[in-house]
Design a binder for this molecule. Structure first.
Ligand code: NI
Length: 158
């Protein structure tokens, strides 16, 4: 496994639409292993392949919740509901935070590294992370939809 460079700010790879994975091979497994290690090293709750300059529809998430660490290849959101608003950040925009409205619940389907279909359901931070990471696969970043964090909001953790 290896720590990969996380591209930031104006890097063109953050604005490109990623391509679906066709081969569930050793190359994909290495990519996922590296993304996992890179996400934990950076203390993020998610990482999408375009953030490390790989334009494939792959992301990893770990919200330190009951769902735990997951890998999503070619993810697609099949249902969502409700609404949440709260602070959001991104490893590709270090030092910044913004206020983002997202659905509160999500069901996402995709594939694991072996090509088996997987489905995950979750709320709150998990739903926020799924929308944030799948946006990355379409070249969308949260700062485009974020507003200022209200003065009335006190963050208890960064
Ligand atoms: Ni991000």
């Amino acid at each position: 496994m290896a720590i990969r460079k996380i591209f930031t700010n104006d890097a063109p790879c953050l604005r490109k639409v990623a391509r679906p994975v066709k081969n569930f091979d050793a190359h994909l497994a290495t990519l996922l292993d590296d993304m996992k290690e890179t996400m934990y090293k950076a203390e993020g709750v998610g990482l999408a392949a375009p953030q490390i300059g790989v334009l494939k529809r792959v992301c990893v998430i770990d919200c330190r919740d009951d769902i735990g660490y997951i890998e999503l290849v070619n993810p697609r959101i099949v249902a969502y509901s409700g609404e949440q608003e709260g602070p959001e950040g991104c490893l590709s925009f270090p030092g910044r935070r913004g206020w983002v409205v997202r659905p509160n619940s999500v069901i996402v389907r995709g594939f694991d590294r072996f090509g088996n279909e997987v489905e995950y359901k979750g709320n709150e931070l998990f739903a926020r992370a799924v929308f944030h990471e799948t946006d990355h696969l379409d070249g969308k970043v949260y700062i485009d939809i974020a507003t200022e964090i209200p003065d009335s909001y006190e963050e208890d953790e960064v």
